[in-house]
Design a protein. Sequence first.
Length: 281
Amino acid sequence: MHAPAPHAATHAHAALILYTGGRATIEQRTRLTLSPGDVLLIPSGEKHRLVTTDRAEILGLGFHPAAFLQSEVGPLLEPFERVRQGASAVVPIPSGRQEHLVRLLSELREETRAPFHPLGEQVVRSLFSLVLAEVARSGGAWTPTDSRASLVGEALTFIERHCLEPISLREVAAAVGRSPAHVTTALKQATGHSVVEWIISGRLAEARRRLLSTDERIDIIAERVGYADPTHFIRLFRRAEGLTPALWRRQHRTAPALSAASSAGAVASPSRPCSGGPRLP
């Protein structure tokens, strides 16, 4: 798992990776060299691959943008959109701020591993906001490395911002000015997933957040994430998680190793650019 990867990967979640030791070379549009103090930003759906590693150590977190874009955290996600638009994916953190960022990520990791608490999500969101603010502050002018945003990037950004609305392939295609067939082919080739699968992914991320942090009925949650038919929502959720929404909520609220953000959080790994572990919804 910590060896160079032969093929590029994509993920439904975005990732923020702080390198704390060693070095690594990542392929993400171009070759990137990461050393201690560098943060790597990987937008959801972005191809990336670990090329080489020399005892690299990281702290990082994964999260689904759709669960945050409509909240107070939304404006702090701009760095990820800028990466999609061609800005550098590497943000060097000033030496005087690196220890603070390590502490924030470590605290976030501990919070996501703590037993469920009604205030857990608020604590996690506060820490998450502080992490994003540190990176945004260090990003400076975000000098573009590529002047054009890709069709896939534009489509994914639109989906993340509007997936809780009644959108379909047709609306996504209209937003990027291409035919539905063209958009379908481009996303499938670039990410391995269709437009509909990306929409479902964003809706289920918000559903998980609501299941963990609220006492809303299942039918209410279904409606708020874009499904008028709660039966259809339950079927999709069970296909993705292996449990009905009600059972998933009960399990994740009682498991001692999970918290109000157990679908996300900080992770530590020697070298992988996008490691497994808990993630923010």
